[in-house]
Structure formats: structure tokens, C-alpha cells
Ligand binder design. Structure first.
Ligand code: DQA
Length: 152
């Protein structure tokens, strides 16, 4: 079963009203609806989208995903830059994880240039806005196909 979870971290629930010059005016709800639609048309059986501003809850979602999901797309928000606990959770699970950022973290403040989580992810997509989540889903399909040996 191709079940995927998209985990969004702190402050992402405020999309559409938060720093619109950086993150745009699309609301969190509209973004999730668009991603879910894309996931369905890509052939995923389910695409759960969750948001929490709590580090421990993000870790719980990652742990739970290993039991019934084929992959994780995660935007850890500001935790990206310093949460070794989330990094360890990603490293602990045996399913592919892709890190996504709406903004180009490399073009912003110095503290955003480093992700402590990306090194244990299959890859990182940033700076492309909400389409980054759709690209991550596409990449997950490719990774899963390779894991099954469908692609060389
Ligand atoms: C973000 C980038 C982070 O630096 C920031 O703290 C966020 C959003 C992004 O999607 O661009 O909350 O993860």
C-alpha cells in the first residue's frame, strides 16, 4: 500500500498570514488540499497531512509512520536548524524521508543555511514553494520503485 504522511512543523499552520513576502498568501488548508489532490493523481493510496508546533509530536509521527507508511515528507520548520532529536528519529526509521522547505533556506539568514536533518534524509527540496511537496512525492515514488527494483 502506498500510504504517505506529510509532516509540517511549527508555524506552518499560519501560512497565508505569516510573513507573506517569504511564504506567500496560500493558506495552509489550501496548500494541503492541493497536495492531497496531487498525491491521489500520482497513485498514492492515502496521503495524511499533519501539522504540529511540538518537537515531541513530530517525533511521534515519525515513529508511527514506520508501521504503516511507505515514506515521509517533512517540513520541520525552524527545528530543521537545530533539532538533533528529530534528526535521530528520521535516522531511526527504515522508510525514505524527504525534507521540504517552502523558502530557499540557503538564501536567507545564516542560521537557516544549515539543516541538521537533511544529512539523514533521502534528499532536500527548498525554495520552490508548495510545489516542493509535490516534487517530494514524485521523488518518493521513484525511490520506492528503485527499492522494489522496478527501475535501474
Ligand atoms: C521553513 C524554513 C525555516 O527556516 C523556517 O523556520 C520555517 C519554514 C520553510 O518552509 O521555508 O518555519 O521550513
Amino acid at each position: 500500500m502506498k500510504n504517505v504522511i506529510i509532516i509540517n512543523g511549527p508555524n506552518l499552520n499560519l501560512l497565508g498570514e505569516r510573513e507573506t513576502g517569504v511564504y506567500g498568501t496560500v493558506t495552509y488548508a489550501d496548500m494541503c488540499a492541493e497536495i492531497a489532490e496531487s498525491a491521489e493523481s500520482m497513485g498514492f493510496d492515502s496521503c495524511e497531512t499533519v501539522q504540529t508546533s511540538h518537537e515531541g509530536e513530530i517525533i511521534d509521527y515519525i515513529h508511527a509512520a514506520r508501521l504503516d507508511k511507505c515514506g515521509i515528507v517533512i517540513n520541520p520548520g525552524a527545528y530543521t536548524h537545530y533539532s538533533y532529536a528529530i534528526r535521530d528519529a528520521v535516522a531511526a526509521v527504515n522508510i525514505p524521508v524527504i525534507e521540504v522547505h517552502l523558502s530557499n533556506i540557503h538564501a536567507r539568514e545564516d542560521f537557516r543555511h544549515k539543516s541538521v536533518i537533511a544529512p539523514v534524509c533521502a534528499g532536500q527540496i527548498c525554495g520552490l514553494g508548495k510545489i516542493g511537496y509535490v516534487l517530494a512525492l514524485q521523488a518518493l515514488l521513484d525511490i520506492l520503485a528503485r527499492m522494489r527494483g522496478d527501475l535501474l
